[in-house]
Ligand binder design. Sequence first.
Ligand SMILES: [Zn+2]
Length: 365
Amino acid sequence: MTAGRTRTIASPLMAVAFATIAACSPGTVGVEAARSDRIPTTTSAEPVDPPDDSPPPDDTLPSDDTLPSDDSEAQLPPSSEPEVPLTQDEIDELVAELTAGGFCDADDVRDEGIVTAMHFVVQGRLQAPCYVDQPGEGDEPADVVVDDDPRLVAAWESLVAVTPNELVSDISLLAGFEPCSTCDTLAFVTILDEDSTFFLLAVDVVAGEDDPDELRLTMMHELSHVFTQRSGEQLDVSALGAAGCDTFYNGNGCFTDDSYIWAWIQEFWPPEIRDTLPADGTVGTEDEGVDRCELDAGYTGSYAARHPEEDFAETFSAYVYDVEVDPALGAKFAFFDRFPEFASIRERARDLGFAGTESNFDGCG
Ligand SMILES: [Zn+2]
């Protein structure tokens, strides 16, 4: 953790992220890098100013324990040292501090009326809800969540059933939302602090309930955006732009030499393709993805062909759940095989009978 930098309160970005979803217009409201995912990753490209009131101290977040303090010490695989479990008292204290710091503030989400529940996550373990939507005038009683949102809990459980704690430990807040009728945002990840240590994972609980296969793939896709942007080890968030970044700048920072994404890019996104991507790290246009997709069967679909991080995320979810894909993706699956932490997730998915999960990938070539 860099001395003198303060953790930023969740409010501004979280409110904007949900307003974006509620407005059915990803990327149009002030979130600079509102990457329009199928599945958007809404991220903050700009460092956020510290809040006026006191944020929680830097040493209170669970993910800090797993982060190297110096970029140059970053090694793969990440967090291979076992995390020392916190006691219940320590967890309670941490959750109280996060709540006091405004990281689960009802005012951030109530106006939009789409968030059903939010939970802090400590060391990969879901805590009691810190926010639950309450019945309002005109709401259908059957649609209203009172104590918690079981759909959200189910979505989380589908993720942690196959994923080791160290890969989910950077998620600090989980939120469920109900979309407006025309939205196709299934889930998104937002970095809520300037040090890129506090991740919100939000998921459309309605779509998730309707299509459990797609939900599993979506959660794994989003998880990969979290662990590939782990501050310090994977991403140097002090980088202010593409200039001076010798690897790849994604709008939030510069990938480290040892990062998963930089390894992926060097192997699968040669300079001539990289040069066609937007310099600010955004995903580019749909047409650009379609064009790359037509030329190369080595993507899961046109969405993956839009950006290296989306390619990684889509392919990773396909890998974990043994989705049937074009043989041209063999080299990409082999990439993941080289990392025991990834192979072990797939093993757990297989053990649970999820191999061959059906997907909506459109395919390429
Ligand atoms: Zn994505």
